[in-house]
Design a protein around this ligand. Structure first.
Ligand SMILES: Nc1ncnc2c1ncn2[C@@H]1O[C@H](COP(=O)(O)OP(=O)(O)OP(=O)(O)O)[C@@H](O)[C@H]1O
Length: 247
């Protein structure tokens, strides 16, 4: 079956500095990966290995030097691919009510008629486990876990096929994190959503992901099913990561 997302031989380079724009640093090197329909794929690797850069390139937010990013199906990528972040505070407007911020996404992507936006926003809030009273409140009135849910509701408003979560649960307490991971798994089961999940946390990968892609210095060093990779890692770097995780 054709995967939902196919990334082929992706290269991303940035100028060394603002002054010396003729010298380029290669950040993502020849990365190929896929995400199937309804599949949850973990993207793991140490800080600076290029995980967020790949995510941004897939979302159309980072320049692609060469390679292909292909999304099956129709519709603009800006709608099909939505990102959720570690700090939804950074992406939520502190001065606008949660309901309006979600309704705004419905408007931008022309998801429904104007007079349906409120009802649909309330349904999205309910879908992520937030009460209707959240509609009129500002983001700062919510806990970290609730803000993660708001970020998810806002991403869902665009009716995406692929969610990219960039360390989206990393700052949360373990029990709150587990609840948000459960929500993401429910969304996959109920809506058939696909997920590219960026994390440092191998415990999360073990719980959440079907497959994982291990990145080092911008290159894929190993990819495969989580079950196989955790049982018998092939690459020395993956082995080191897993040993560190097991302690
Ligand atoms: N817009 C940019 N211009 C120049 N360099 C950049 C830009 N964005 C990222 N980089 C560099 O690319 C490298 C990879 O960054 P990236 O954020 O993709 O890594 P990461 O694996 O997501 O790290 P972390 O886990 O810390 O978020 C870093 O060295 C970073 O400084």
């Amino acid at each position: 079956m054709t995967p939902l997302l196919s990334v082929r031989n992706l290269h991303v380079s940035y100028p060394e500095s603002r002054l010396f724009r003729r010298r380029w640093r290669s950040i993502v090197k020849d990365v190929s990966l896929t995400v199937g329909n309804g599949e949850i794929v973990g993207l793991i690797g140490e800080s600076g290995s290029g995980k967020s850069t790949i995510a941004r390139a897939v979302a159309g937010l980072a320049p692609v030097s060469s390679g292909e990013i292909e999304l099956a199906g129709s519709g603009p990528r800006a709608r099909q691919v939505q990102m959720i972040f570690q700090d939804p505070f950074a992406s939520l407007d502190p001065h606008m009510s949660v309901g309006r911020q979600i309704a705004e996404v419905l408007a931008i992507h022309a998801i429904c008629a104007k007079d349906e936006r409120r009802t649909r926003t309330l349904a999205l809030l309910a879908r992520v486990g937030l009460p209707a009273s959240a509609y009129g409140r500002l983001p700062h009135a919510f806990s970290g876990g609730q803000r993660a849910r708001i970020g998810i509701a806002r991403a869902l408003a665009a009716e995406p096929r692929l969610l990219i979560a960039d360390e989206a649960t990393a700052a949360l307490d373990v029990s709150v994190q587990a609840q948000v991971l459960n929500l993401l798994m429910d969304l996959r089961d109920d809506l058939g959503l696909s997920l590219l999940f960026i994390t440092h946390d191998l415990a999360v990968v073990g719980v959440l992901c079907d497959r994982a892609v291990v990145l080092r210095h911008g290159e894929v060093v190993e990819q495969g099913t989580v079950a196989e990779m955790f049982a018998a890692p092939q690459n020395e770097y993956t082995k080191t990561l897993l040993e560190a995780h097991r302690g």
